[in-house]
Design a binder for this molecule. Structure first.
Ligand code: 5U1
Length: 680
């Protein structure tokens, strides 16, 4: 066929196939028989083979999967993907509702309710009508680039209509329907391959395949659950209308979603689906409740990494009964002595459980849990399984009560002792945990060192569990800073049994290389309580250096969107500790990156502080803040003397306006902001 004609036919065929894909995979309502669809696909493939220059990545023929990759790239999310707080009971739901009602001054509002699907959260970016990036949630700030894999998911549109916003991102949950999961496991059983424990693991395993052709063979599906951000076109003012809008663009939206107008209806929705959840073709572990109006969502904002305007109201967790064989104690990184249950292995909702949390001694006593008891264990979502309660009716009389000091009684020392270092244990007044009294306890030091060197932190290959233990035992390190002085102890390292010259040199090289890891990694590696990798990134971006972070006031810290009082207090306590100050000094002397160059001076909004209030037309508030930051400015939640501009959108919050008037802060409209951002 001549080129011109072939191109026209290719375009027609693609449009027709995309339409049938949409009918089949999104609406679940096909218009043509399989044979007819296959015929169209065959014709398109043949034409693309004949005219390869007309092949494009968004062609429906490309859903079979691109070539394998060696590793996934990293995608920085322009706006973090938030996680959700949980409610486990009607009371906790009511407490959430009362809290936000108070914050909204008693104003009435609607709720959008959806199933919380147990799958894998992803973000899909569309630019000029085409799917350009698909990424995992990762730590919320950075995810993995799995675009090629997501292209194979038939219900993800590869292109959207021309009238869609020129740039936008949607977020959703990729999952494996139960039927697909069972079929996949049947096939794997036939091939003698290990089976997936549950649909979630199977979905995650399928999406994170380095070979997209394998992903293409898995019957993955998606429901889109929110618009992340959009630019260049106004989008609707409520979540519900946004979902309708996304549906009109071809995205798959869960037909079980409901718009409800009272908290009683929300509870009813939860109750109905808790009873009927087995009838769903996907696994759901609860419902997600969202305040419908986006303006109100913005007013409520986030606390830490969780939005105040949404909550996951979980279904009752999956439970099983088993025998509690013993209670053992592990020593945490902060010296806590953590009791945990050793169980007769049991399958709970498809996952085999051998250990479960027991929290603390008071909890064990309150629940009257005894060694030898038949117990109920519960697994809810991602959290560590826990022992719920004993079944007292099954007792034989031989069960033993547990006491932590008795368990840790050391005959030689004639007192309870830390199971790792033998030091005294203590329980501070008013606290539920026992602690090891030895700040240099190898368990603490060892876990700190392991964490410091781990892949997500300083990524020092060659320092893992056994090497950390060995370095401590030999007295070559006492804390994490000593790692950087090991190069002076090469001879001692070589003297150690099992340390070959090559592995010593590899380790020393890896240590040297790690000095250049970005500041965010160092902050995470320090192991400050409650500071995960995501918070560490945010802190690094905000402070650019350890010294500035160490000097930050509680108020300054709390004002950062991702930092709540718990994290702020933990950061302050960490830097107040003399031992930690010494570690920081030694890291600095060794040349570890503790300061990052601030490049913002040359950026147009450097030194300018913005607060946004109300709804903006061109983009969401979060997106506006991200763009301000990208140009070197800062964006804050509250107006203070330091604020340069209050950006006033539609339905602005009264408090911010009042404060700005009181302080004489400059107020600008969205148009002016667009100009400052160079978009007008
Ligand atoms: N259905 C649904 N799942 N889900 C998960 N909606 C939804 N929303 C989420 C998450 C984490 O987060 C937003 C509320 C921020």
């Amino acid at each position: 066929m001549e080129a011109e004609k072939a191109r026209d036919r290719i375009e027609k065929l693609r449009a027709e196939i995309n339409h049938h894909n949409y009918r089949y995979y999104v609406l679940d309502d096909p218009e043509v028989a399989d044979a007819e669809y296959d015929g169209l696909m065959r014709e398109l493939k043949a034409l693309e083979e004949e005219h390869p220059r007309f092949l494009t990545p968004d062609s429906p023929t490309q859903r079979v999967g691109a070539a394998p990759v060696e590793a996934f790239g990293v995608v920085e999310h322009p706006l973090p993907l938030l996680s959700l707080g949980n409610a486990f009971s009607r009371e906790e739901l009511a407490a959430w509702y009362n809290r936000i009602s108070r914050l909204l001054d008693g104003q009435k509002f609607d709720f959008a309710c959806e199933h919380k699907i147990d799958g894998l959260a992803v973000a899909l970016t569309y630019i000029n009508g085409k799917l350009t990036t698909g990424a995992t949630r990762g730590n919320g700030v950075r995810g993995e680039d799995i675009t090629q894999n997501l292209r194979t998911v038939r219900s993800i549109p590869l292109s959207v209509p021309k009238d869609a916003p020129p740039r936008f991102e949607v977020r959703g949950e990729v999952f494996l329907p139960r039927a697909g999961f069972e079929k996949l496991n049947r096939e794997r059983a036939k091939e003698g391959l290990p089976l997936f424990a549950n649909p979630r693991n199977a979905a995650a395993g399928s999406v994170r395949q380095l070979d997209p052709r394998i992903t293409a063979k898995r019957p993955l599906d998606i429901y889109i659950y929110m618009l992340g951000w959009a630019e260049g076109k106004a989008t609707p003012p409520t979540h519900w209308e946004t979902m309708e809008y996304l549906k009109s663009l071809g995205f798959k939206i869960n037909p079980n979603n409901r718009l409800l107008n009272s908290i009683e209806q929300v509870a009813e929705f939860h109750h109905t689906w808790e009873e009927k959840r087995e009838s769903l073709d996907y696994e759901a572990d609860g419902i997600v409740v969202k305040v419908n109006r986006l303006g109100l969502q913005e007013r409520l904002g986030n606390v830490g990494r969780e939005p105040r305007w949404s909550i996951a109201y979980k279904f009752a967790a999956v439970e099983a009964t088993t025998i509690l064989k013993s209670i053992e104690i592990s020593v945490g990184r902060t010296g806590t002595l953590n009791p945990y249950a050793v169980l007769e292995p049991v399958s709970v909702g498809g996952v085999t459980i051998k250990h479960a949390a027991l929290h603390n001694e008071d909890d064990i006593r309150r629940k009257d849990i005894r060694i030898g008891d038949t117990v109920i264990v519960r697994r809810a979502g991602e959290v560590i399984p826990e022992v719920v309660k004993p079944i007292k009716a099954k007792r034989s009389g031989k069960e033993k009560e547990f006491s932590l000091p008795d368990k840790l009684y050391n005959r030689e020392r004639k007192r309870p002792a830390c199971p790792v270092c033998g030091a005294e244990i203590f329980r501070p007044e008013g606290e539920v945990m026992y602690y090891c009294s030895n700040a240099a306890c190898p368990a603490q030091a060892q876990q700190s060192i392991e964490h410091f060197a781990s892949r997500g932190a300083m990524d020092i290959r060659g320092i893992g569990e056994s090497q950390s233990a060995m370095l401590l035992k030999e007295g070559l390190v006492k804390d994490v800073s000593d790692i950087y002085y090991l190069k002076d102890k090469r001879k001692q390292l070589l003297d150690i049994e099992r340390m070959a010259e090559l592995s010593v040199d590899n380790m020393l090289n890896a240590i040297d290389k790690s000095k250049n890891k970005p500041l965010s990694r160092v902050i995470f590696a320090l192991g400050i309580r409650h500071v995960g990798s995501e918070t560490a990134e945010i802190l690094a971006r905000r402070f650019h250096g350890i010294e500035a972070l160490a000097k930050a006031s509680r108020e300054e810290l709390i004002n950062i969107e991702a930092v709540g009082p718990k994290i702020a207090d933990s950061i302050i306590a960490f830097f107040r500790e003399a031992e930690n100050q010494k570690i920081i000094r030694r890291l600095k002397d060794a040349g570890v990156t503790l300061q990052e160059e601030v490049k913002t001076e040359k950026l147009p909004l450097a030194g300018q502080e913005f607060v946004v209030t109300g709804r903006l037309e061109a983009f969401s508030r979060q997106e506006a803040e991200a763009r301000i930051k990208a140009l070197g400015g800062t964006a804050k939640d509250n107006v203070t003397r330091k604020t340069n501009y209050l950006v006033v959108g539609a339905e602005p919050g009264g408090n911010k306006l009042l404060k700005a008037q009181e302080l004489g802060t400059g107020q600008i409209k969205e148009e002016e902001l667009l100009r400052l951002l160079g978009q007008k």
